[in-house]
Design a protein around this ligand. Structure first.
Ligand code: IMP
Ligand code: MG
Length: 342
């Protein structure tokens, strides 16, 4: 079975330009009776499109339906992924139903992968989606103090962190044997990682920092203006320098892809990336990593510089935040449990 059994049945929302959401959403008549701007069927889709717009990632909403089952040449079942990201050649399906209700969807995606092995499809479950929003500051709680019961489990202990960082430092020192480095940290999650890593590197180096605006859509229908941009650029000239970009976590890859473009435009002699944590399964935009501290499970991680709403950075270990801390979310994307998905 090949791609040509694909049935294109929807083309209405398929203009591949970014920011289609904003223009669509601004016209009153394009709002559906569940308060979601056309062409979307679900609030989570609106949030997701907004997030992609923020990072200037082109997307197409429900561009195509894939035939899944047939009877006598008649298609009896189809599957229409929510989004297609043409630059990534990736289909994304959002599932904000409770985990207990996703069996049907899982079966469809499994069939899709079997029948069309050449297509890339990513399924974001409710929990994944909540984590993604938590990353951008959604949350019901105002956190002012740390309770031990907010921590699910320790992921990496202080000793394991120290050992791994020293090993990374040794690799990096060996790879840059003949060069000085410009170490560039992305604020603020790299605070401790960069401090420890640079002390484990035995080459001459300068340190500089970048800050980017984070995507921070608030729930309740408020629009986030604009797109990702540099809040604080480098102080050092970069042309001809060997840059080592230091990240805390690479999750979707949206931030890193943007930063890479930004730095490459400054014509460095070389550009490598080291990240403390790699959530490889959650990648939406593929972007190369040269050094990885630890692979990271699909959970929301805090400590050793990583925050949830600016808190928990000073924990001396990496740990998993209990989902209950961020699942009492205010976003309509999360509360719209009752909306039936196809
Ligand atoms: P990306 O653009 O989705 O790859 O996300 C990158 C940024 O999101 C990181 O630099 C972090 O600041 C933040 N982030 C992603 N996952 C986590 C997490 O599990 N805990 C805390 N921050 C995270
Ligand atoms: Mg952060």
């Amino acid at each position: 079975m090949t791609h040509d059994r694909t049935m294109v049945i929807q083309g209405n929302a398929s203009a591949s330009a970014t920011n289609i959401l904003v223009s669509e959403a601004n016209t009153a008549e394009s709002v559906t009776d569940i308060g979601v701007p056309a062409p979307f069927a679900h609030p989570a889709e609106v949030d997701f499109a907004r997030l992609l717009d923020f990072y200037r990632i082109p997307w197409i909403y429900e561009p195509v339906s894939f035939a899944l089952t047939w009877e006598d040449e008649q298609v009896t079942e189809m599957f229409t992924p929510d989004f297609y990201l043409p630059d990534q050649d990736l289909y994304v399906e959002l599932t904000t139903m409770k985990q207990s209700l996703v069996t049907k969807k899982n079966r469809k995606v499994r069939l899709l992968r079997e029948l069309y092995p050449q297509i890339n499809v990513k399924l974001l479950y409710r929990r994944d989606y909540q984590q993604l929003l938590a990353q951008y500051g959604y949350g019901a709680l105002e956190i002012t103090e740390l309770h031990q019961e907010q921590i699910e489990r320790i992921l990496v202990s202080p000793g394991e962190l120290q050992e791994r960082v020293i090993t990374l430092g040794a690799h990096i020192s060996a790879d840059y044997a003949n060069h000085a480095l410009l170490v560039v940290g992305v604020l603020k999650g790299v605070t401790y990682f960069l401090a420890d890593l640079t002390r484990a590197i035995t080459r001459p180096l300068a340190i500089d920092y970048l800050a980017v605006t984070g995507y921070s859509a608030t729930g309740g229908g408020e629009r986030t203006p604009g797109a990702v941009r540099i809040l604080k650029d480098l102080d050092h000239p970069v042309e001809g320098q060997h840059i080592l970009l230091v990240e805390d976590v690479v999750n979707t890859g949206l931030t890193l892809a943007y930063l890479r473009k930004h730095l490459e435009a400054k014509r460095p002699a070389s550009l490598r990336v080291v990240t403390l944590l790699d959530k490889a399964d959650r990648r939406l935009v593929n972007t190369p990593l040269d050094y990885i501290g630890f692979p990271c499970p699909n959970e929301f991680v805090i400590g050793y510089g990583l925050d949830y709403r600016e808190q928990y950075r000073n924990l001396p270990f990496l740990c998993v935040l209990k989902p209950a801390v961020y699942t009492g979310l205010t976003s309509p994307a999360i509360t719209a449990d009752t909306i039936v998905e196809q």
